[in-house]
Design a protein around this ligand. Structure first.
Ligand code: AFP
Length: 332
């Protein structure tokens, strides 16, 4: 039997081999790891063990808030983190009980993406991004959290599926780990993952298609045309959890799309908490992420909870879609 490389060992080795790997990142990844371990254990408990959860909707909300609290507590105990912002909180949080505020990093997160899947034992996950703080002084600034995605120093997610999987990048490739419940540790599954290009999967909630921009409707027709060399017709998959759909794309290639719709005119997904961290991972895995016209990682952030159209996946699939947006719906 082969000896597994644990997450801890892998991060330490990454740190030793790179002069650009700040030791603080190790601590932050460790605290995110601890927090998500607790979230994972709680997700596995029966509904009856939830305090206020009389139905699945209230369990969903309770779990969203619980996941947020775990991250808040774990990061609050990490010296190098000065602040935290999440999809679950109106405002960002400064860890100002740390005197002086020495932390050089801030963390953004979607604590429990896809929580509505809990009602049917579907997948969910925690998405996170880590930035270097740009403010100074005792209070972090909103601007710390509004840096463009290209300023991320690390990002990742933990996917709570049949197995719990942790994926991260510190700018040196994307690495995938699976939680071993017997050993109680994450073990390396794959390092330096690359998104297959092109890919055969497309993920989109097609129920909104009558309100999609024409470029998306053209892409959906294009995806179904027979061309085996280009892996078409593409296969449709959609889980209702971005983190699970992105993991499929990371492993097998293809494209995830959440365009503007009548209900969400600017798109549904959050630029800071969901789009930027996953765009960072895609770029590290030779994939791409776009809003149809420009790279997600270059987008200016106007406010913390901003939403945007989001297309992410294999480079070739994203380029086809961008051409449809730019060339007025012609495939080139
Ligand atoms: P929840 O966290 O409220 O379940 O929302 C999940 C999500 O933000 C993202 O993970 C999914 O891709 C997307 O919403 C699904 O939205 P639709 O139900 O509109 O397809």
């Amino acid at each position: 039997m082969k000896t597994a490389i644990t997450l801890q060992e892998f991060i330490l080795e990454e740190q030793w081999n790179s002069e650009f790997f700040p030791s603080e990142l190790y601590d932050i990844l460790q605290s995110l790891h601890q927090a998500t371990k607790k979230i994972q254990f709680t997700l596995r408990r029966p509904q009856q063990s939830f305090e206020q959860a009389t139905d699945w909707r209230s369990r969903e909300k309770e779990m969203d808030l619980y996941a947020n609290r775990q991250l808040l507590m774990a990061l609050g105990n990490t010296a190098s983190v000065a602040g935290y912002a999440s999809e679950e909180m109106e405002d960002f949080h400064t860890f100002d009980s740390k005197t002086p505020l020495t932390g050089e990093y801030i963390v953004v997160a979607d604590p429990l993406d896809g929580s509505s899947n809990l009602s049917c034992n579907g997948s969910s996950g925690t998405i996170f991004g880590i930035y270097k703080r740009i403010s100074s002084g005792h209070i972090v600034s909103e601007l710390d959290f509004m840096q463009p995605g290209k300023q991320l120093v690390a990002a990742g997610y933990v996917l709570f599926g049949p197995a719990t999987v942790l994926v991260y990048s510190t700018g040196n490739g994307v690495h995938v780990f699976t939680y071993d419940h017997e050993l109680g540790v994450y073990c390396l599954e794959q390092s330096h993952v690359k998104i297959p290009n092109p890919g055969m999967y497309y993920c989109i909630n097609e129920s909104h298609d009558f309100t999609f921009p024409p470029a998306i409707r053209h892409f959906l027709k294009f995806a179904k045309i027979h061309d085996p060399e280009d892996l078409r017709p593409m296969q449709h998959r959609y889980s209702g959890a971005l983190v699970a759909d992105f993991h499929r794309i990371l492993m097998h290639g293809g494209i995830f799309m959440y365009p503007p719709t009548a209900k969400h005119e600017r798109g549904k997904l959050r630029l800071v908490y969901e789009c930027n961290p996953l765009a960072f991972l895609a770029s590290q895995a030779d994939g791409k992420a776009s809003d149809g016209f420009s790279e997600i990682l270059n987008k200016k952030v106007h406010h913390l909870h901003e939403r945007c159209p989001f297309y992410i996946g294999s480079a070739r699939n994203i380029e086809v879609l961008e051409n449809l947006f730019r060339n007025k719906n012609r495939i080139s």
